[in-house]
Write a protein that binds this ligand. Structure first.
Ligand SMILES: NC(=O)c1ccc[n+]([C@@H]2O[C@H](COP(=O)([O-])OP(=O)(O)OC[C@H]3O[C@@H](n4cnc5c(N)ncnc54)[C@H](OP(=O)(O)O)[C@@H]3O)[C@@H](O)[C@H]2O)c1
Length: 255
């Protein structure tokens, strides 16, 4: 029995597959199905390309990873039997998933792109009828990063913070690097320095028992240059800028 079957093989499925392969999951334990790119993944990674129904028949966990508006179209003729189905479809509720797949063995998740390097954070929600399956947690926690169980009502804010968050962190790194460049650093060096600073600071925080605010104070001497910079952030309402952008993300209506 193949362990993981992916219906839809775009950016998110490929990020997840890359993460699984990176953790030593065999390509023989990964099946893929999609109209065009599945065959290319067989060439690229040696994963098994199958029709969607055959993939369901032969896999123990099925990941739905096509676009949300394709749900009805893709699932119409498929029989999911009692297999565990994991959806990564943004904005699609458990109720919609049950109605389209005719199974209650379903988990709604929202991973982010960092699953490709086993550093993702994935939100989960399942129905009361979904039999808890440790494999689901294993794939997202042990292989792809970490996972959090969330109420469906919190998926929108999770999506803004964790799903869109990487883009916002890249924006911050770019701004930090651009400021370095504007003050005389060579472009690549400035980007490398800014990237490593964010990486190291995130690790320091992750390994610390202190909060982000406590660490902020711990590295800031009263009257020093870092204090001057933080005061300038406050003058320009940095926290409000972030809060405003997250609100815009949450309130954005998909076309
Ligand atoms: N990208 C992210 O950061 C992210 C984060 C969280 C959740 N998600 C969710 O992940 C899902 C996929 O997003 P994505 O960014 O990976 O999209 P994508 O790159 O556009 O990929 C969409 C995939 O759907 C496949 N597909 C189209 N018609 C199909 C069919 N009839 N049967 C099976 N597969 C079919 C396409 O196959 P072909 O390549 O063969 O045409 C393609 O591989 C979405 O529901 C999205 O909400 C994405």
């Amino acid at each position: 029995m193949i362990k993981y079957g992916f219906i839809g093989t775009g950016n998110m499925a490929q990020a997840m597959i890359k993460g699984l392969l990176g953790k030593g999951v065999s390509a023989n334990n990964i099946a893929v199905s999609s109209p065009r790119s599945a065959a290319k993944l067989t060439e690229k990674w040696g994963v098994i390309s199958l029709s969607a129904q055959k993939l369901i028949d032969e896999s123990s966990l099925i990941v739905l990873a096509f676009l949300p508006n394709q749900l009805e179209n893709v699932t119409a003729k498929l029989d999911f039997q009692d297999k565990l189905v994991v959806s990564v479809l943004a904005g699609i509720t458990l109720e919609q998933l049950i109605s389209a797949t005719h199974t209650t063995q379903i988990v709604r998740t929202l991973p982010n792109v960092n699953v490709a390097i086993n550093q993702g954070v994935t939100a989960f929600s399942k129905t009361e009828l979904t039999t808890t399956n440790s494999t689901t947690f294993k794939i997202f926690s042990d292989y792809l990063g970490s996972s959090v169980v969330l109420a469906e009502s919190q998926f929108a804010i999770f999506s803004a913070v964790a799903g869109s968050g990487p883009a916002y962190v890249f924006k911050y790194i770019d701004a930090l690097a651009q400021a370095g460049i504007a003050n005389g650093l060579e472009a690549k060096l400035a980007t490398d320095i800014a990237t490593q600073t964010v990486l190291g600071s995130a690790k320091t925080l992750a390994l610390s028992t202190q909060t982000a605010k406590e660490l902020q104070n711990a590295v800031t001497s009263p009257g020093g240059s870092t204090r001057a910079g933080l005061d300038d952030f406050d003058t320009h309402n940095f926290d409000d800028v972030i809060a405003h952008a997250i609100k815009a993300t949450v309130e954005h209506k998909h076309l």
